[in-house]
Design a protein around this ligand. Structure first.
Ligand SMILES: Nc1ncnc2c1ncn2[C@@H]1O[C@H](COP(=O)(O)OP(=O)(O)OP(=O)(O)O)[C@@H](O)[C@H]1O
Ligand SMILES: [Mg+2]
Length: 263
């Protein structure tokens, strides 16, 4: 909240030396010359990606299939190991952080929720339990409400949920770790419109109430326009544009324009 899209965009553009253009607003995540080569072909999947994600902002990540969106997101909590000094969380090189601590701070939600065995409450307690903490019933209920779910679901076997409910339980399970950043890789593409709306509302609410920072990959330009503060357009492993979601027609890159059906 609080930043106009223009202001945010200004802080997202990183020059070749890696210094963010503009001054003032802190980058929650900074990506600096991040490259990934395909192990199979040696081709660049990501090519010197530079990007600042300001704190408390929902950044939409869009681009054609195969452009590297998931690969970019997965680097940010070390689902693959980026080179040192290429990804920073509040200025700290993530390669130097304890990987489990990093993943608590930078949570991830995928396209399809994978429920663990047991009840909804068991699923929500999973993260804290790994750290030897048992979440009290009241906390479980709070997390369910936060994810727009009825607290009475707590005792239900997770295997009996609809996909839309399971995705919200997966969100509550991630939120139990009190993340500062959420990485969302097409989190609603398997959901019906109502469940999609529920997830979108939760994300916007978390941003407003907790200053949560989020990066969300979506194939829906409309969805991005509904909830993102700023849009990063990835084409061929490169960030080609950073745009205001209400002004996507300003996109200049030819592939970007084609993707956005502007020309
Ligand atoms: N582990 C891997 N090994 C080799 N190539 C990979 C690997 N992961 C991804 N790729 C390749 O990297 C490119 C980018 O893939 P990625 O999944 O990041 O794209 P994406 O933008 O998320 O696509 P989509 O919109 O279809 O989900 C693709 O060409 C893909 O084939
Ligand atoms: Mg993907």
């Amino acid at each position: 909240m609080g930043s106009s899209a223009d202001e945010v965009r200004e802080h997202l553009l990183v020059d070749v030396d890696g210094a963010a253009s503009g001054a003032g607003k802190k980058a929650k995540i900074r990506v600096q010359n991040l490259t990934k080569l395909s192990e199979a072909t040696g081709e660049e999947i990501l090519n010197k990606v530079c990007l600042d994600v300001p704190e408390g902002v929902i950044m939409g990540v869009i681009g054609p299939s195969g452009s590297g969106k998931s690969t970019l997101l997965r680097a940010l909590n070390r689902l693959w190991e980026p080179a040192p000094e290429t990804v920073f969380l509040e200025g700290d090189d993530i390669c130097r952080l304890d990987v489990l601590a990093l993943r608590r701070k930078v949570g991830m939600l995928f396209q399809l929720p994978a429920m663990f065995e047991g009840t909804v409450a068991d699923n929500i307690r999973f993260g804290p339990q790994l750290r030897g903490k048992k979440l009290p019933e009241s906390e479980v209920q709070k997390l369910l409400s936060l994810a727009d779910l009825d607290p009475s679901l707590a005792s239900k076997p997770a295997s009996q949920l609809s996909v839309g409910q399971a995705q919200r339980v997966a969100l509550a399970r991630t939120l139990a770790n009190e993340p500062e950043v959420l990485l969302l890789d097409e989190p609603t593409s398997a959901l019906d419109p109502i469940s999609t709306q529920n997830i979108e509302e939760v994300l916007v609410r978390l941003k407003k109430s907790r200053g949560l920072t989020a990066l969300m990959v979506s194939h829906s330009v409309k969805q991005i326009q509904r909830i993102a503060d700023v849009v990063c357009l990835l084409v061929g492993g490169e960030v080609v544009e950073v745009l205001d979601p209400s002004n996507l027609s300003e996109a200049k890159h030819p592939m970007a324009r084609r993707f956005l059906e502007l020309s």
